[in-house]
Write a protein that binds this ligand. Structure first.
Ligand SMILES: Nc1ncnc2c1ncn2[C@@H]1O[C@H](COP(=O)(O)OP(=O)(O)OP(=O)(O)O)[C@@H](O)[C@H]1O
Length: 270
């Protein structure tokens, strides 16, 4: 059972001029002339929110994540993280931004096998520089404790289960206190119970540390942990569902597949 969302209600921080954690404005990505993986995507994610990005295979979810995280450059439109326009950064600046202000949790775990669990978690702090050995270790230990793995710091990642490794990946993504954490199918390889523990960790990072998480998922149960589900279809935002529940999410996905329209989808465009 998923824990009740306690994040800011939809639109709750939209007032005034508060800088959004993530802002996409008319973002397009054309891989080949005339073939748009993303088409005029506009999305504003205030701090302290968990957003699920959903849609059929090929609808543009990964492309959106790559462009939003500064891993790929859009061919049109603007992406801002914490108010910083990514297009104004050169490659070195983008690398710094990804290192210092963005966290990643990917399905392919990307833990470094030759490093211990604790070393994996402290790696982003080492790369960022600035923190001494003792501070790095203290912060990495705190991040590991927050995901319930305080006693596994000395292990090699391979000695942990898939779910435990994903929790290490979450600790590593959060250790630098990033503006936005991008998660690409973070629970795809996990059983439902383990998936829930991983999603609960992302949820508590949002609720308790006011982190912002943008998560791509195919799974309606995973989307239940989000404050909002954003649906893509052919590279466009085809609908948005605040406080998504699994049954309603399934309805919207069916509708996008050409089956009868579900009620309650707001902000859609055809
Ligand atoms: N490097 C690339 N070169 C050319 N076309 C690409 C490239 N990457 C993605 N595409 C195309 O862009 C569109 C969107 O792809 P994307 O991977 O973003 O979809 P997705 O929603 O993440 O799909 P899935 O759920 O299957 O991972 C697809 O039509 C895909 O074929």
């Amino acid at each position: 059972m998923f824990r009740r969302r306690t994040g800011v209600p939809a639109g709750g921080t939209e007032v005034g001029r508060a800088v959004a954690a993530l802002e996409l404005d008319g973002v397009g990505r054309e891989y080949r002339k005339g073939v748009r993986a993303l088409d005029e995507v506009t999305l504003r994610v205030p701090a302290g929110r968990l957003v699920a990005v959903m849609g059929r295979s090929g609808s543009g979810k990964s492309t959106l994540l790559q462009c939003a995280a500064g891993l790929d450059r859009p061919t049109s439109g603007t992406v801002r993280i914490g108010g910083q326009d990514l297009a104004r950064l050169d490659e070195a600046g983008l690398t710094r931004l990804r290192r210092d202000r963005v966290g990643f949790v990917f399905q392919a775990l990307n833990l470094v096998p030759s490093l211990s669990v604790l070393e994996n978690v402290s790696l982003p702090l080492l790369l960022a520089g600035g923190a001494g050995d003792a501070e790095r270790e203290e912060r990495a230990r705190a991040a590991l404790a927050a995901v319930g793995l305080a006693d596994r710091g000395g292990d090699a990642p391979a000695r942990l289960s898939g779910g435990q490794q994903q929790r290490v990946a979450i600790a590593r993504a959060l250790v630098t206190a990033p503006a936005v954490v991008f998660a690409d199918e973070p629970t795809a390889a996990l059983d439902p119970v383990t998936a829930d523990t991983v999603l609960a960790l992302l949820r508590s990072a949002v609720d308790e540390q006011r982190r912002t998480v943008v998560m791509v998922t195919h799974d309606p149960s995973a989307a239940q942990w989000a404050d909002e589900a954003v649906f893509l279809e052919q590279g466009r935002v085809a609908g948005r569902l605040p406080e998504p529940d699994a049954a309603h999410v399934r309805d919207v996905l069916r509708e996008l597949a050409g089956l009868p329209r579900a009620a309650g989808v707001v902000g859609g465009r055809s």
